[in-house]
Each structure stands twice: as structure tokens, then as C-alpha cells.
Ligand binder design. Structure first.
Ligand code: DOR
Ligand code: ZN
Length: 347
């Protein structure tokens, strides 16, 4: 059994860094393991313009620990009013790699998202022309639709028609959670890929109810049944280049999670690679981790693969019960449990 794992340094293709004290607390974790990350724009207020993205990028760079080697890849938040010219500015900036589509009301800070996909058609037309990637939170928002069916309904009712309308639009279906989404992404025509989180590879919806209500396992899209987890694990470990790493690490203060209306989001930036290694090893597929974590993402985004390497060692350690986050605390996913692999630095 191998005791050391060397990988080309990976990137995180879906990450929430927030701002201010939260940004300062979480950024060092990501910057240690990953060379680059696609930074989500769902701040309050959202990052809707190139100018706001430039300012946010500067705050991220200023919050980096001394000596860190990390590049934030910025995104724009798509609204009903995003102008085609704003898309052109974003593309020309060189630091914006994608535009994020939140259906309004789908998740944390998505109120400014799209109320109907057709409102974004002028912006999407230009994105298609320029080859700028559209990252999609793919869930239907109709409250009458069962929460476990919202991803499938989004595919059937919105994603397929959207991609018929814009066949050359480059799409990342973010944090897929179902066999339906994995099958769709594998088979669909055109330029499409999907990110998969560590938590959706490791847990099914039972984790939400293990001996009581477990808010730190609550995220959106919500964890699904075991057959879906197995389908995601099969997709991630298949070596298919349309599936790559995106943690969706989403920090919320402890009190905001442990509440009568707890926020959605799992914090995994602290131990992202270790969690993925655990998942891949459970499938006997550690040899497939490098493609998923380090190659297929940059290939899809048409960016160079990283040239340095990271090392993981087989050395059991306990995930801390909590972490400091400004005046608050942050509970990492699977706090207090053991992991078999430990991140041992960039080599
Ligand atoms: O669980 C989630 N948390 N899903 C999302 O889509 C957003 C994220 C957040 O920003 O907290
Ligand atoms: Zn997210």
C-alpha cells in the first residue's frame, strides 16, 4: 500500500472565499493546497461588474499570506440586467475566467440571480461568441418541486433547452449531485464539464440525520441518496475529462449554521485534498486523482497545467473540532473525525 502520493499541484474550480475577516481566515487554507481557484461572486452585494471583480481580486491578493503562490480566477455574477458590453469587458480583463448563473433564490446570496434564463440571452450570446465559460448552479427553484428532484428538473426543463439555444456556449455544471447530472454531462453534445465536491463523493443524505440534525452536512444542492453518491464517485474516478475538482467550500460562522434556519455550505478548504484522497481510495482509484484534481480543470478552462507538485502522506490525523474565523468560529466538514491522508506541502 502506497504511503506517499505525489500530484501535480491541483486547482479548485469552485470556491467561496467571502470577504473581510472570513476571507482572511479561509484563504490560507486554499492557497496552501491549490495553485488557483475559481472564486464565486455571491458576495453581498454580488460581484456583477468587471470593476467590482478587479477590486475583489485585489482584496484577495492583499489577504494572501506572505510567500503564498496562489492565483484567484475571478467570476462575474450574472443578473437579469447583465449587459453584453459588461461581458466583453470581463473577457478583455484577462482575470475573469467565468460567469456564474444562479437561478434567483436557489442558494446563499442568489437573490440577484436570474428570474428567467431568457433575461440573460443577450449576455449568453456574447459569452458564446467569446468562449467565456458559464458556470451554472443547476437547480430548479419552484418551491413546489421536491428538493431532491431540483437538479434533475433543472436539466430537463432549463439546461437542455438553454444548450439547444446556445450550442457553442461553454458550460460547467457546478457541484453535480445526482446520477442524472453525471449521465447528462458524460453524454451531452458540445463543450460541457462538471465539478464534483468532496462532500458529495463521501456522504449521502443520511449524514444530515445521523443521530440528530447535522447542520454542518447541509449544503446546496443537498446531499442525495446513496445510489447518487456512487454514481458521482464512479464519474469522478472514471478518468473522464469532463469531471473535475471543485470543492464548493463555503464558510459560514458556526452560529449561522447551528440556527433555526441554518445556512447551506460545507467548509472543506482546510482538508480538501485529504477528503478527495479518502474518496478516491475508497474506490481503489488513487491513480485517477491527479487527472481529476490537476489536469482536466485547466484543460477545460484552456489554462496551462501547473508545473509544481504537492505531496500527501498516509498519516492519520483528526480534523479539528473548530477553527477561528474573525470573532466567530468555523466548523470544518467531518470535524473531529479521522482522515488517512495528510497534506505534506508543495514539492
Ligand atoms: O451549499 C452551498 N453554499 N451551496 C451554494 O450554492 C452556495 C454556497 C454558499 O455560498 O454558502
Ligand atoms: Zn458554490
Amino acid at each position: 500500500m502506497s504511503q506517499t502520493l505525489h500530484l501535480t499541484r491541483p486547482d479548485d474550480w469552485h470556491l467561496h472565499l467571502r470577504d473581510g475577516a472570513t476571507l482572511a481566515a479561509v484563504l490560507p487554507h486554499t492557497a496552501l493546497q491549490f495553485a488557483r481557484a475559481i472564486v464565486m461572486p455571491n458576495l453581498k452585494p454580488p460581484v456583477t461588474t468587471t470593476e467590482l471583480a478587479a477590486a475583489y481580486r485585489q482584496r484577495i491578493l492583499a489577504a494572501l499570506p506572505a510567500g503564498a503562490d496562489f492565483e484567484p480566477l475571478m467570476t462575474l455574477y450574472l443578473t437579469d440586467r447583465t449587459e453584453p458590453d459588461e461581458i466583453r469587458r470581463a473577457h478583455a480583463s484577462g482575470f475573469i475566467q467565468a460567469v456564474k448563473l444562479y437561478p434567483a433564490g436557489a442558494t446563499t446570496n442568489s437573490d440577484a440571480g436570474l428570474t428567467a434564463l431568457k433575461h440573460a440571452w443577450p449576455a449568453l450570446e456574447v459569452m458564446q461568441e467569446l468562449g467565456l465559460v458559464l458556470c451554472i448552479h443547476g437547480e430548479a427553484v419552484d418551491p413546489a418541486i421536491d428538493v431532491f428532484d431540483r437538479e434533475k428538473r433543472f436539466i430537463d426543463d432549463q439546461l437542455i433547452p438553454l444548450r439547444t439555444q446556445f450550442p457553442a456556449l461553454r458550460v460547467v455544471f457546478e457541484h453535480i449531485t445526482t446520477a442524472d447530472a453525471a449521465d447528462y454531462v458524460r453524454e451531452a453534445p458540445g463543450d460541457i464539464a462538471a465539478t464534483i465536491t468532496a462532500h458529495h463523493l463521501l456522504y449521502n443524505r443520511n449524514a444530515l440525520f445521523q443521530g440528530g440534525l447535522r447542520p454542518h452536512y447541509y449544503c446546496l444542492p443537498v446531499l442525495k441518496r446513496e445510489s447518487h453518491r456512487q454514481a458521482l464517485l464512479a464519474a469522478a474516478t472514471s478518468g473522464h475529462p469532463r469531471f473535475f475538482l471543485g470543492t464548493d467550500s463555503a464558510p459560514h460562522a458556526r452560529g449561522a449554521k447551528e440556527s433555526d434556519c441554518g445556512c447551506a455550505g460545507c467548509y472543506t478548504a482546510l482538508h480538501a485534498l485529504e477528503l478527495y484522497a479518502q474518496a478516491f481510495e475508497s474506490a481503489g482509484a488513487l491513480d485517477r486523482l491527479e487527472g481529476f484534481a490537476s489536469f482536466f480543470g485547466p484543460d477545460f478552462y484552456r489554462l496551462p497545467r501547473n508545473s509544481t507538485q504537492v505531496r500527501l502522506v498516509r498519516e492519520p490525523w483528526s480534523i479539528p473540532a473548530q477553527l477561528p474565523m474573525g470573532q466567530d468560529s468555523l466548523i470544518p466538514l467531518a470535524a473531529g473525525t479521522q482522515l488517512d491522508w495528510r497534506f505534506a506541502g508543495v514539492v
